[in-house]
Structure formats: structure tokens, C-alpha cells
Design a protein around this ligand. Structure first.
Ligand code: SF4
Length: 238
């Protein structure tokens, strides 16, 4: 296995090849084995990002890399329940919780761009409050893990378990890409993993409050995100 010392000086091109090879070799591996590969390969240059919808990937990662960095993006628009989940994860799990914030507060953004930018130009709002802060926050890392799953939406159906994030030029690890919602529910039940209370209140996917609604019967999990705005992803993953 390639170790942390061997990957420290790799070029982007070599990292891309490493990621694509790992994606092929680990396609059938368990989530824990995928995370163990990432932790063993990148060490402290590996982090988990979490939207605090649930703490499944953070929990999985903390078992293979105790004290793992868990990065949360506080857009300033989160539900109270999401911030509460973040605080609970920080309090009870063996992780190093890192909260990233945008350069401007919501009030400062309102003053510059006008109120409710999320209603008028959600792409710009996401760029300012999500994409840019994450880009800056990830500079210290060579690889990051996400909780993306193929069954969440058609746009995520081909998510590799390990791939190359061209936008940020980093290895992107999605250890539960092959999991179904039932797999997530079973893991949460078995390990008592923290979840966002909104998931039991009609929300199937939890993002910023102004851009998230409950899902209706038969809708896919992400149908409640930017509903009616022709937008499906915030720019972090697509
Ligand atoms: Fe702004 Fe909505 Fe994007 Fe959050 S999800 S950053 S409120 S547009």
C-alpha cells in the first residue's frame, strides 16, 4: 500500500492516477476499508467533510483514524438542528471538529448584494458561502471524504468510492457511495450514530434553511433542495 510519506510529494497527475486506481480496486471494499486506505495513504492530510445531516461517515472515519479532522461548513443559514448536531458530534465523538465560515456574515453579504441572495442568485450565494470557503479550508489536505451516495439522486448515480476532484485538485473519497438509505439506517441504529433531528421531521436531505423543504411521497432524497429553482447541487459536488 502507498503510505503517507510516499504520497507527500506527489504531483497532481500522480495523485489523480492514484485516486482512479484506488477507485477501481476499492469499488467492492467496505466503507471502513475505503477509509482505512485513505487514512493510511494521506494521514493528517485527509479530512472528512460533513453537512451534519448525520454523522455516519465521521463515525466510520473516527474508528479508523481517531481524532480525524471533520470539517463543517457553517454558511450562516443552517437550521438550529444542524448546528446542534454539529455541537453534539464535537462533544461526543473522537474527532477534531473544524468549522469553516464564509468571508462575509449574512448581514455583510446582504449589505453588499442585497437581502435574500439565495432567492435571486443561489449559484452566487452558494459560491460565496459554500464553494469558496471549502476551497480555502481544504488547502491543507490532499484528500477529503464525503457522504455522497449513488442512490440519492441521478446526479450522484456514478459517484466513485475514490475519485479525483478536478475542481479542487484533490482526492475525493466517498466511502458510502454504494450504500442505500437502508444501509445508513442500519448503521445508525447499530452504532447509535448522531443524526439531524430534521430527518425524522419530513426532511430527507438537510441543507441551508432558505433552500431546503420537506420531501413529498415518492420524491428522491434531494428533491427538497432548491426546489423549483432548477438547481440540484451547490457546486461542492458537481
Ligand atoms: Fe445560499 Fe441556499 Fe446555497 Fe445556502 S444553499 S449557500 S442559503 S443559496
Amino acid at each position: 500500500m502507498t503510505d503517507t510519506l510516499q504520497t507527500a510529494g506527489l504531483t497532481d497527475e500522480a495523485l489523480r492516477e492514484l485516486a482512479e486506481q484506488a477507485g477501481r480496486e476499492l469499488e467492492d471494499a467496505s466503507a471502513s476499508d475505503i477509509l482505512a486506505w485513505a487514512a493510511g495513504t494521506f494521514g493528517k492530510r485527509f479530512c472528512v467533510t460533513s453537512s451534519m445531516e448525520d454523522a455516519v461517515v465521521a463515525h466510520l472515519a473516527s474508528r479508523v483514524l481517531p481524532g480525524v479532522d471533520v470539517v463543517f461548513l457553517d454558511t450562516g443559514y443552517h437550521f438550529e438542528e444542524t448546528i446542534g448536531t454539529r455541537d453534539a458530534v464535537d462533544a461526543v465523538m473522537d474527532v477534531n471538529l473544524i468549522t469553516l465560515t464564509p468571508r462575509q456574515t449574512v448581514a455583510e453579504q446582504d449589505a453588499e448584494y442585497g437581502p435574500k441572495l439565495h432567492d435571486r442568485d443561489p449559484d452566487l450565494c452558494c459560491a460565496l458561502r459554500k464553494v469558496k470557503p471549502l476551497e480555502e479550508g481544504l488547502t491543507a489536505y490532499a484528500a477529503w471524504a464525503t457522504g455522497l451516495r449513488r442512490d440519492e439522486s441521478p446526479t450522484r448515480a456514478s459517484t466513485p468510492v475514490v475519485g479525483w476532484d478536478e475542481k479542487r485538485r484533490k482526492v475525493k473519497v466517498s466511502p458510502i457511495a454504494r450504500w442505500t438509505q437502508d444501509d445508513v439506517d442500519a448503521y445508525v441504529a447499530e452504532h447509535g450514530v448522531l443524526t439531524n433531528p430534521l430527518l425524522t421531521d419530513g426532511y430527507a436531505s438537510v441543507g441551508c434553511a432558505p433552500c431546503t423543504r420537506r420531501v413529498l411521497e415518492g420524491e428522491d432524497a434531494r428533491a427538497g433542495r432548491w426546489a423549483g429553482r432548477g438547481k440540484t447541487e451547490c457546486g461542492l459536488h458537481g
